[in-house]
Design a protein around this ligand. Structure first.
Ligand SMILES: Cc1ncc(C[n+]2csc(CCOP(=O)(O)OP(=O)(O)O)c2C)c(N)n1
Length: 569
């Protein structure tokens, strides 16, 4: 090809076009594993976008996920052909968590297909279940159109990953051709959600009259409400209608968690109050909430026949799981702003809000002895209380799945203003790489990762990335030498015989400060409760990554969700 790598009048090499187009969106970092798109990565660096070399493709995808959620713009991750399967597996969490991650891979030329090529299986089936849009790119000429489509698809409601698979195992096709298209992806670079349609006025009025007519109204705010930045509008509505506010785990902190109307996280990863309060409602207002099994405790909270009003930007979500639903399709923040105007300040009976506040206060009082526990082994409730105190007012908390989600979602309070809570959508090990990506987007805001030791083992190698790239996240490890959450289940199936089956879930002990040190990362070991606060203070003040390895015990159980009584048969 005669024009390889050279610049013609008004045209540009595809690799350069890609770099300029990505840089033009305002992104600051991309995440990759060598060997892929080297020219693009070098040019991105020249344009001020930092390529972060990760140690596995899955970690690169998680970094892009954390980055996107904090930046409010797409996160980009890249891998060569043989890394595509690993990258695709890393898209499960952003798919479930509804994050616009854009994955770029290479594949071998058509002439290599169907003849036992080294290192490659079909990519399309790998990406099909975890992307909204996935397509091969065979020429540079197609690149601008397909990348723009991948960009739009990732960002449009509901945001989710997309994928471009470039010809050539390192994505070489874009090295070969020229394009005259301007390197521009977006007409206007905006934070997500890009569009904020307000629902139909009659639908909002109908919702307002249902809501004001309910006596025991409860709001359940979901990840969509959090993504829309609807916290102030949710709180204003809750106050106007004296409605307790429960949230999905991902919307933890959308309003201040210590507010008298905050009922906490509802569903399966919850403390008892929220489920009791939601289940006691005569009408539930879901806002940007997927009504999935996790937030509804397998569709029992609220009960399936409860009257529902649902505000949701994606019409497909209206009534997906609750038949008795009145839908309002619009961006949560923009639609709530109008709803609040219509609702005004009606006279309300505040007795259900008072009852809810009492349920929460009683539960908190019951937790006080653990929250204040002063002796070793350290209670995780105490660790959480120390994180509540230490997290800066604009801090970002990134939680892993399982107990890490339950502990942080029930025992760490958030201010409902500048703080951000990100949680795994289920993949153990997600939090550590995601926190590194989040920190890349967060600038001077501090990111705190909360992970169990089981979760942390997954991507230990990224300690090297954190040091090399000087990503100053604070990594708190709840180090209980095993899969704590799974102890209950193993005991149950082994007939509660002491020790029986525990080899399935116990490991360690490991001193993660020694592990960190071997990667050149600072570590602080904490074995006594009074040492947690100083350790967090030092870690948060550092301009480098710090591992805070907190030694806890495997036995204590995290808060358990309240389940409604089974109907008599
Ligand atoms: C990829 C993946 N594999 C397995 C699981 C199942 N799982 C959920 S929580 C958990 C244990 C987590 O252990 P750890 O991170 O040490 O936290 P702890 O429960 O001890 O607080 C496991 C194995 C999962 N969620 N994701």
């Amino acid at each position: 090809m005669s024009d390889q790598g050279t610049m013609h009048q008004g045209t540009m090499n595809g690799a350069e076009w890609l770099a300029r187009a990505l840089a033009g969106t305002g992104m600051s970092h991309v995440f990759f594993v060598e060997s892929v798109m080297r020219r693009t990565l070098l040019q991105l660096g020249d344009l001020g976008v930092r390529p972060i070399l990760a140690h596995s493709e899955k970690a690169a995808a998680y970094m892009a996920d954390g980055y996107a959620r904090v930046a409010g713009r797409p996160g980009v991750c890249m891998a060569q052909s043989v890394g595509a399967a690993n990258l695709a597996s890393g898209l499960q969490d952003p798919w479930l968590g509804r994050t616009p991650v854009i994955a770029l891979t290479g594949h071998k030329e058509p002439s290599f297909q169907h003849r036992n090529s080294y290192q490659e299986i079909a990519h399309a089936p790998l990406f099909q279940p975890v992307t909204k849009f996935s397509t091969p790119v065979y020429t540079t000429g197609e690149l601008p159109r397909l990348l723009r489509h991948a960009w739009r698809a990732a960002l449009s409601d509901t945001p989710r990953p997309t994928h471009l698979d470039f010809n050539g195992l390192q994505g070489d096709v874009i090295e070969l051709g020229q394009t005259a298209e301007p390197p521009v992806l977006e007409t206007e670079a905006r934070r997500i959600p890009l569009h904020r349609p307000v629902a139909d006025e009659r639908d909002i009025e109908r919702a307002a009259s249902l809501l004001t007519g309910a006596r025991r109204l409860v709001i359940v705010a979901g990840d969509g409400a959090a993504a829309s930045g609807a916290g102030p509008e949710v709180l204003a509505l809750a106050e106007a209608l004296a409605a307790p506010v429960a949230t999905t785990l991902g919307a933890r902190g959308i309003i201040p968690t210590t507010h008298r109307l905050s009922a906490g996280v509802a569903g399966s990863y919850s403390a008892p109050p929220a489920n009791r309060i939601v289940h006691g409602a005569d009408l539930v207002l879901f806002i940007g909430c997927d009504t999935g099994d996790q937030v509804t405790l397998n569709w029992t909270v609220p009960a399936i026949d409860t009257r529902i009003v649902q505000i949701e930007s994606d019409p497909l979500e209206i009534g997906r799981s609750y038949p008795n639903t009145t839908g309002v399709v619009g961006d949560p923040k923009a639609t709530l702003a109008r709803l609040n105007q219509i609702v005004g300040r009606p006279a309300r009976d505040g007795s259900y809000a008072e009852e809810a506040a009492r349920i929460v206060a009683d539960w908190r009082a019951g937790m006080a002895s653990l929250v204040e526990k002063n002796t070793a082994p350290i209670a995780v409730e105490r660790l959480c209380a120390e994180i509540t105190r230490a997290l800066p007012s604009d801090g970002v908390l990134v939680a892993d799945t399982g107990y890490s989600g339950i502990w942080t979602g029930t025992m760490i309070d958030l201010n409902g203003a500048g703080q951000t809570y990100l949680r795994a959508a289920g993949s153990l090990g997600w939090a550590f790489p995601a926190s590194l990506g989040a920190q890349c987007a967060a600038g001077s805001r501090k990111v705190v990762c909360f992970t169990g030791d089981g979760g942390f083992y997954y991507h230990l190698a990224e300690l090297e990335t954190a040091r090399r790239c000087r990503i100053p996240a604070t990594i708190v490890i709840n180090n209980n030498s095993g899969f704590g959450q799974n102890l209950t289940g193993v005991r149950r199936i082994s007939g509660n015989r002491p020790g029986r089956g525990e080899e399935l879930i116990r490991f360690g002990p490991t001193d993660f400060t020694e592990v960190a040190k071997s990667f050149g990362v600072r570590g602080i070991r904490v074995e006594q409760p009074e040492d947690i606060a100083p350790a967090l203070r030092q870690a948060l003040a550092a301009d480098q990554p710090v591992v805070v390895d907190v030694v806890t015990d495997l036995e204590p159980r995290a808060p358990e969700a309240w389940s409604p009584p089974r109907p008599q048969s």
